[in-house]
Design a protein around this ligand. Structure first.
Ligand code: 5GP
Ligand code: ZN
Length: 137
């Protein structure tokens, strides 16, 4: 889909991203306005608007990839826990209408406002964190 920002990110053309994982089915990259450091998005390579558009057979693969990426994020960030979420529809907070799963590292002592407050990476930190996660597969 030519107007979709996540399709553009997957195509690795005009919109750069910080890659964490890629295979034939999914692309995973760091959210650039993260709820916590290491917040990763797992995106099916095919353009589906939300959960309800994804065929059941592909959901199985997507679920397995989310688990795989979440494990690497957890190990790399030494997170105590992981939130996995998906916003489906504007009313549910979906802003980018290409289906994606949020993987959010959590810590025993963190203060978390369920996505309302976003963190900022310092210069070079995004590349550093993505590289750490890539090494954790
Ligand atoms: P949604 O609210 O649709 O579930 O989440 C969309 C997410 O995509 C947001 O957390 C937002 O920060 C992230 N996002 C939006 N545009 C870009 C982008 O161009 N690059 C990256 N890395 N993340 C983006
Ligand atoms: Zn798309």
């Amino acid at each position: 889909m030519t107007s979709c920002i996540f399709c553009k990110i997957i195509a690795k053309g005009e919109i750069p991203s910080t890659e964490v994982y890629e295979d034939d089915n999914v692309y995973a990259f760091l959210d650039n306005s993260p709820s916590s450091i290491g917040h990763t998005l797992v995106v099916p390579k095919k353009h589906y608007e939300n959960l309800f558009d994804i065929p059941d057979a592909e959901l199985g693969i997507l679920g397995a990839r989310v688990k795989k990426v979440a494990r690497a994020v957890k190990d790399a960030l030494k997170a105590d826990g992981i939130n996995i979420s998906m916003n489906n529809g504007r009313a549910a907070g979906q802003v980018v209408f290409h289906a994606h799963i949020h993987i959010i590292p959590r810590f025993n002592d963190d203060i978390f406002s369920h996505g309302k407050e976003r963190k900022q990476y310092r210069d070079g930190e995004m590349v550093e964190i993505a590289s750490k996660i890539r090494k954790s597969f």
